[in-house]
Design a protein around this ligand. Sequence first.
Ligand code: TGC
Ligand code: FAD
Length: 387
Amino acid sequence: MQTTDYYLIEDLLTDEHKLIRNSVKKWVEKRIKPTIDNYAQNHKFPEFIFKEMGELGIFGSFIPEKYGGLGFDQISYGLMMQELELGDSGVRSTASVQSSLVMYPIFEFGSEKQKMKYLPKLASGEFVGCFGLTEPNHGSDPGAMESRIVKKDGYYLLNGTKMWITNSPIADIAVVWAKDENGIVKGVIVEKGMKGFSAPEIMNKWSLRASITGELVFNDVKIPEENILPNISGLKGPMMCLNSARYGIAWGAIGAAIDCYSTALQYSSERKQFNKPINSFQLNQKKLAEMLTEITKAQLLAWRLGVLKNENRATPAQISMAKRNNVEIALKIARESRQMLGAMGIVGDYPIMRHMMNLESVITYEGTHDIHLLITGVDITGNQAFK
Ligand code: TGC
Ligand code: FAD
């Protein structure tokens, strides 16, 4: 049976890339695959992943060693995300948030003191971080955010609410985006235990059930001046973080797609109807052929984007195209694979339904499917399309 590396992309990887990918693959096979269905069925977050992913060097792998990272390149980061999402989108979510949305802004926009204080603990998994941009009234349009910081004598007062925040209920720190008195977006590091700060969990999700999601509520929270990210002002701050996370998702979604496709391929070679394996019927072969074609195209898109990212040449619109395309094909592959398993497709014995439900969040967060289409449209035409 065909592998999922149809165009021999393996040849484009260095020995170091393969080593990194294989170590994450091994961990996912040993620690995530056997346990994740139980966590998802019970809507529980597998907290053990923090320490173990920290030990594997997954958090902030692209950050210099001085701050606890490994100084890896962007293809390595992408491959890690692919392998994690082969296990579960929620596990990849945790790595995306910790690496791209918490460690990245502290590294890029933080003071030396902030970097030394937070980055090594985030890298090791001792600290859990979260990222607060979305609000109850402002999702796709974060520039209209209502959260505010007001300068006082030696500190700031933070007020507002953030919504749909991955890992917020268990986070030690939150990188939060709020406007100052001049309407300028600033980044703030909020620590667990600060008076007036709470992070209630959002319950009853049908998607990303093995990931924990919550709110961030700020009522006159006193933020020391030293907790403001000094080197960034404006919406481009959080957007730069999203460039990194969206890039990781473009790789991650391929992992979910590969897991669904491989499951459908295996099942359809064993399952017989009308005295024949069901993968001998042309309609099922069409499904498999189209899935592998889309996986191959997505791999090439992600790999080339990684090369451009390594060269600091990847544009936000290129990242939007890859995130949008790869999540869309993963979701379609999940739906087609599920059909190929018939009734068996709906049970937790196979990973497909879980991936499918997870991908309904992945296609919405980090910018919805349509927002990424609009970003591409604006880039092509130079004309605004969503205001
Ligand atoms: P616009 O006027 O276009 O831009 C405002 C300023 O931001 C800059 N900018 C970017 N900079 C770097 N990278 C990007 N991708 C950027 N996009 C915009 C832009 O140059 C400008 O800078 P300046 O210096 O001129 O002021 O902004 P707009 O108000 O029209 O808004 C459009 C925008 C870009 C916000 C919208 O298109 C968008 O992307 N909305 C989606 C919001 C989103 O993705 N939210 C994600 C929340 S976090 C999350 O979902 C985490 S999920 C976690 C998990 O994986 O579990
Ligand atoms: P809305 O912005 O209300 O959009 C609703 C619909 O309207 C969408 O289909 C959208 O495409 C469409 N739409 C909006 N504007 C336009 C337009 N101009 N033209 C055409 N169509 C439009 N956020 C964080 O900050 N941190 C996190 O850690 C985080 N984690 C998340 C985890 C999960 C499980 C989920 C589901 C979300 C998470 N989010 C997080 C929030 C996520 O980024 C937002 O849900 C997303 O940006 C969309 O915002 P919204 O849900 O408010 O939808």
